[in-house]
Design a protein around this ligand. Structure first.
Ligand code: HEM
Length: 415
């Protein structure tokens, strides 16, 4: 276990540090409940921290360093295969993850990303807004007269599944399968893995591969206007995409597009419930929804960290990172860096120049950024317009026991 003696406050999401000495260990319940005081301590005292929890790994928490690493070609994914082999051993997780564009360097990364990029441009996503609005209305109609709801189960979870399944061309009758699968895949992205999570991850990815193999066979005979049919056409044109790459990147789109957006909606609404004055401001000024969603992404982002490896020796903040070592870029810590954001622990839905890194930076910048923003804006904006008063049923909502993808188990409210 790593031992930077962090002093933390366990309450609120304000990032304030009070004194109660403790180890830095992201598996601790206190860390999962509120990682921000730990991040603050790291950023202030050891911003390029040598992990003693993970081998040959540095934990980087300052905004300038994180943004530099994500944009600098001296850092890349060349070590992804070794990393996943160490994490998972041989099997479906290794076979699939190593073909995700997210874990490839150019030129493979460029080739894979270009195949699906068109479907996710801001313009293409604008065209989806009416459909997303319809889905949000449909989900809220089901709860409006009930007087209570679990925001996670009734809105945050179903919306992104419905949207990504429609985009990919997954038939409506199969969509429930995906709800279960996505959580198990999401948990395999944590840097620290328990054997039972790995076993579950292998089994789930194997089921997804089997499912998509069947769907691809159907769509090959009968192409539709969805992304998957377009990818199949590219595969059939020859050397642009192999069937394994096609299967793997379908699973990536599904996984990257689901749990992340679920948690944008959940974390964003929880932040608002904890800041009633900001909630009221947004309800009175619905046109603030765009800057509000950027602030939710910055304040309590659903993707807390990502990683790279060094292709050569690089010095950061006076520390020498040797060739081949790994860096864990903590996006959520960078997003609270006072050198970049004024009063960073304050939720301010009107914040200007909010250049957060919650959606990444550089060549791997989130492909689904416009889609995630549209879903977040429509879901949160519509809920606040339709339901004026939201009261938390549990004083301290439970976070999922995950570190990379941060989100709530449930968010029960009455209204
Ligand atoms: C709030 C929701 C979301 C967040 C916070 C988020 C965050 C991120 C981040 C931080 C990265 C970069 C990771 C890195 O550099 O290592 C990324 C990449 C990616 N995201 Fe998202 N994402 C979200 C929603 C989505 C959606 C809706 C989709 C698609 C359907 C999507 C698809 C992808 C893909 C395919 C990549 C890899 C891009 C590449 O390697 O070039 N994401 N996302």
């Amino acid at each position: 276990m790593s031992t930077i003696g962090a002093s933390v406050s366990h309450s609120g999401m304000d990032g304030n540090v009070v004194s109660s000495p403790m180890e830095f260990n992201p598996l601790m319940p206190e860390f999962i409940a509120n990682p921000y005081p730990f991040y603050r301590r790291l950023r202030e005292e050891d911003p390029v921290h040598r992990s003693t929890l993970l081998p040959d790994t540095w934990v980087v928490t300052r905004y300038a360093d994180v943004a530099m690493i994500l944009r600098d070609a001296r850092f890349g994914r060349h070590d992804a295969e070794n990393f996943f082999r160490e994490q998972f051993g041989e099997g479906p997780l290794l076979n699939v993850f190593t073909k995700w564009m997210l874990f490839r360097d150019p030129p493979d990364h460029t080739r894979l990303r270009n195949l699906v990029n068109k479907a996710f441009t801001p313009r293409a996503i604008e065209g989806l807004r009416p459909r997303i609005q319809e889905l949000v209305n449909y989900l809220l109609d089901a709860v409006q007269t009930r007087g209570s709801m679990d925001i996670m189960a009734d809105l945050a979870y179903p919306l992104p599944v419905l949207v990504i399944c429609e985009l990919l061309g997954v038939p409506a009758k199969d969509r429930d399968l995906f709800k279960e699968w996505s959580g198990d895949v999401a948990r395999t992205l944590d840097p620290i893995q328990m054997p039972e999570m790995v076993a579950k991850g292998h089994a789930v990815v194997d089921s997804m591969v089997t499912y998509f193999r069947g769907l691809i066979a159907t769509l090959r005979k009968n192409p539709q206007g969805d992304i998957l049919s377009a990818m199949i056409a590219a595969e059939e044109q020859g050397d642009r995409l192999s069937e394994d790459e096609l299967l793997a990147n379908c699973i990536l789109l599904f996984s990257a597009g689901h749990e992340t957006t679920v948690n944008l909606i959940g974390n964003g609404l929880l932040a608002l419930i904890h800041h009633p004055e900001q909630k009221q401001l947004l309800q009175e000024n619905p046109n603030l929804i765009q800057s509000a969603v950027e602030e939710f992404l910055r304040y309590d982002g659903s993707v807390q960290l990502t990683g790279r490896s060094t292709k050569e020796d690089v010095e950061i903040g006076g520390k020498l990172i040797r060739q081949g070592e790994r860096v864990m870029t903590v996006l959520a810590a960078a997003n609270r860096d006072p050198a970049q954001f004024s009063d960073p622990d304050r939720l301010d839905i009107t914040r200007k120049d909010n250049y957060h890194v919650a959606l990444g930076q550089g060549i791997h910048f989130c492909l689904g950024a416009s889609l995630a923003r549209a879903e977040g804006q429509i879901a949160i904006g519509t809920l606040l317009q339709r339901i004026s008063r939201l009261t938390l049923l549990e004083e301290t909502p439970q976070w999922r026991p995950a570190f990379t993808l941060r989100g709530l188990q449930t968010l029960p409210v009455t209204f």
